[in-house]
Design a protein around this ligand. Structure first.
Ligand code: NAD
Length: 287
């Protein structure tokens, strides 16, 4: 068997076209969605991510405001900038690119973002909303993975999903979304003994660890859906995921490539959350 590819680039293109229409509707009502992006320090990977996000905003008509600060920025100064964006009615979404320099408490910074502008979905209010099944903002990466499963029409009800990784931004919210979709969910992590024992039983595997070739063909049940969130470099410096793509594609039913899978979907869901935030702000009577 050779797995069918879940093409995150093609799906993103379709979803972004639909977003462009929503942005036009908002603009006709004199609201252009606005996203503030704050980058602290000079982490090269973060610079690339931020650039890609800003470019994607432009493509769908979202106004983005990029603020870059030196790594020496104090936490107090960063909190002040967030307070200013919280109060700015032209800004509907605020994104602070992680990681932050070690002298800044990332969680405190995230909690300072108004939950209705937390388009990354990391604020404890949004994490709590996801936990209890209330509307909020879903973290972009798991949200994008769910969109991919929806796109292939995969019926999650009663299926066994194994999530590898338990971070607050990917693994845990991914597990909650799969649970909400009525899958039976197992979360594996760094202390899991015999990872393969769990993955072999999975109808759906979501790998979010950051270790290349962690998931190999012998760990995958024939026909399973394999979603690769990982972003790593191989020996030649080429981007690769957590899944041994060439091996696993011989066994799986569906597979996401890296690059061109979850990565573009993450950005697409950031745009979706930003447009949604602007729509919600428009629907809220002025205070
Ligand atoms: P993280 O470092 O916060 O979490 C990694 C998780 O992997 C931890 O929960 C840990 O318990 C688990 N883990 C470590 N070793 C393991 C092992 N041997 N077996 C099973 N579990 C193990 O990372 P993160 O922020 O959740 O990101 C995970 C990966 O996804 C990284 O490669 C990151 O770059 C990538 N990522 C990609 C996107 C995207 O848009 N494509 C978005 C976010 C993160």
């Amino acid at each position: 068997m050779t797995a069918q590819l879940i093409d995150g680039v093609a799906l993103s293109r379709r979803l972004r076209e639909a977003l462009r229409v929503r942005v036009s509707t908002l603009s006709a009502r004199h609201t252009q969605p606005g996203l503030a992006v704050i980058l602290v320090g000079d982490n090269p990977a973060s610079q690339v991510y931020v650039r890609n996000k800003v470019k994607a905003c432009e493509e769908v008509g979202i106004r983005s405001v990029l603020e870059t600060h030196p790594a020496s920025l104090t936490e107090a100064a960063l909190l002040q900038r967030i307070a200013a964006f919280n109060a700015d009615p032209a800004i509907h979404g605020i994104l602070v690119q992680l990681p932050l320099p070690p002298h800044i408490d990332a969680q405190r910074v995230i909690e300072a973002i108004a939950p209705e502008k937390d388009v990354d979905g990391f604020h404890v209010a949004n994490a709590g909303a996801l936990m209890v099944g209330r509307p909020g903002f879903q973290p972009c990466t798991p949200y994008g993975c769910m969109k991919m499963l929806e796109h292939i029409g995969y019926p999650l009800r009663g299926k066994h999903a194994v999530v590898i990784g338990r971070s607050n931004i990917v693994g845990k919210p991914m597990a909650m979304l799969l649970l909400q979709a009525n899958a039976t969910v197992t979360i594996c992590h760094s202390a899991t003994t015999d990872l393969a024992h769990h993955t072999r039983q999975a109808d759906v595997i979501v790998a979010a660890v950051g270790r290349r070739a962690l998931v190999t063909a012998d760990m995958v049940k024939p026909g399973a859906v394999v979603i690769d969130v990982g972003m790593n470099r191989d020996d030649t410096g080429k981007l690769c995921g957590d899944v041994d793509f060439e091996g696993v594609r011989q066994v799986a039913g569906w597979i996401t490539p890296v690059p061109g899978g979850v990565g573009p979907m993450t950005i697409t869901m950031l745009l979706t959350n930003t447009v949604e935030a602007a729509e919600r702000a428009g629907a809220t009577p002025a205070r």
